[in-house]
Design a protein around this ligand. Structure first.
Ligand code: GLY
Length: 379
């Protein structure tokens, strides 16, 4: 018997496990592959609420900002508990415009960022190159967001696992949860590990299963339309060309330690397909080359593919469900790494107190149930 069983050992499941365990719960994490498989270790790790600001509802921008504020403490606590670095960097991000249309777009983004309380500064092409000399001489302007930061997701996931284990979380890998059901006043999970089946009883279950939330996992919950959005990222290796995250509307370029540069990311509706493609790689390299021509001489180190978990409104689901004791922290789409700190804090708060604070209500499971009821009434 465990207080909390968490289905999914990605950045969300592990962050929530760490927080719940530190607050006194016994926690078991059940991961079908290795921690971070699917989305978390593929993620670029950008802590950049500014990025999709024009498409993001204010409630989600507020949650992103809340999470960004919590990040330094979150990283400190993970590193202090487990002794491993999360690769946190605070250089900020730099939008680069290639022509007049990009310039108009940056003016538009700046206006929205200012309305939403995100500090940013417009730059000339000359100022962009003064900050980042390898940016294309054709760049005509830029936008600097100094409050944007980043972590290295390939460090964050093992650091979180180490922190979880240091505070007593039982992290089980290659353990697939086939079913969760209520029985005799608790929740019963059916587990599959190396072709053997076993069960685990828990007082509470948190579903943080990413794209597998509704794939091969039987629960009493109504289906709410989880779907994967494929993202390819090209990893280049060589001379470190930039310090900031570089961005325009087509591509982002993320510097990592040791001369690695990530060029991301495609956004594709391909179901559960995780194969890299020539077309995806071609687009990323072409867009990256327009902004940073020096990538031409770098080595291709690898092409990484992840599956972003999302619902039709692209908002996460956080909190209680229609079944007593089952909670969700799922559907973080393009923002799982950024939202991890706030998700861990608020999920632990909700599961331990039973209260859902007003800032988390926009992310309720109930919004899907209400939609389904309206659709049934209309048909
Ligand atoms: N967070 C960036 C992406 O999903 O590509």
């Amino acid at each position: 018997m465990t207080d909390v069983a968490i289905v999914g050992g990605g950045v969300i499941g592990l962050s929530c496990a760490f927080e719940l365990s530190r607050r006194g719960s016994s926690v078991t994490v059940l991961e079908r592959e290795q921690p971070g498989f699917g989305a978390s270790t593929v993620a670029a790790g950008m802590l950049t609420p500014s990025f999709e600001v024009e498409l993001t509802p204010q409630s989600l921008v507020d949650l992103q900002l809340d999470s960004l504020r919590r990040y330094p403490r979150f990283v400190h606590d993970i590193e202090a508990a487990g002794g491993e670095s999360c690769g946190y960097r605070d250089e900020g991000s730099l939008w680069v415009s290639r022509h007049r249309d990009d310039e108009l777009e940056l003016d538009h983004i700046l206006r929205i960022q200012q309305e939403r309380g995100l500090p940013a500064r417009r730059l000339t092409g000359r100022e962009v190159r003064a900050l980042e000399p390898y940016v294309s001489p054709r760049a005509v302007g830029g936008l600097l967001v100094e409050s944007d930061h980043q972590v290295d997701s390939r460090k964050l996931v093992p650091a979180l696992r180490a922190a979880c284990e240091a505070v007593g979380v039982d992290v089980r890998t290659r353990t697939r949860v086939a079913a969760v059901e209520r029985s005799d006043g608790a929740l019963e999970l059916t587990l599959e590990h190396e072709r053997a089946t076993s069960s685990l009883r828990a007082n509470q279950v948190l579903l943080a299963a990413g794209v597998w939330l509704e794939d091969g996992l039987v629960t009493p919950l109504p289906r709410i339309g989880m779907r994967p959005v494929k993202g390819q990222i090209v990893h280049l290796q060589g001379q470190p060309l930039v310090r900031h995250v570089i961005r325009n509307s087509d591509v982002y370029i993320v510097p990592r330690e040791g001369g690695r540069l990530l060029i991301g990311a495609t956004e594709e509706e391909q179901g559960f397909d995780m194969n890299p493609t020539a077309g995806g790689t071609l687009d990323l390299l072409r867009f990256g080359f327009e902004v940073l021509p020096g990538i031409y001489d770098l080595d291709i180190a690898e092409i990484d593919v992840g599956l972003r978990p999302t619902f039709h409104d692209h908002m996460p689901v956080l909190g209680p469900t229609t079944t007593e004791g089952i909670y969700l922290a799922s559907g973080h789409y393009r923002g799982g790494v950024l939202l991890a700190a706030a998700t861990a804090h608020w999920t632990a708060e909700i599961m331990l107190t039973g209260q859902v604070p007003s800032e988390i209500e926009p992310f309720s499971f109930q919004r899907f149930v209400a939609e389904q009821t309206q659709q049934e009434a209309a048909s």
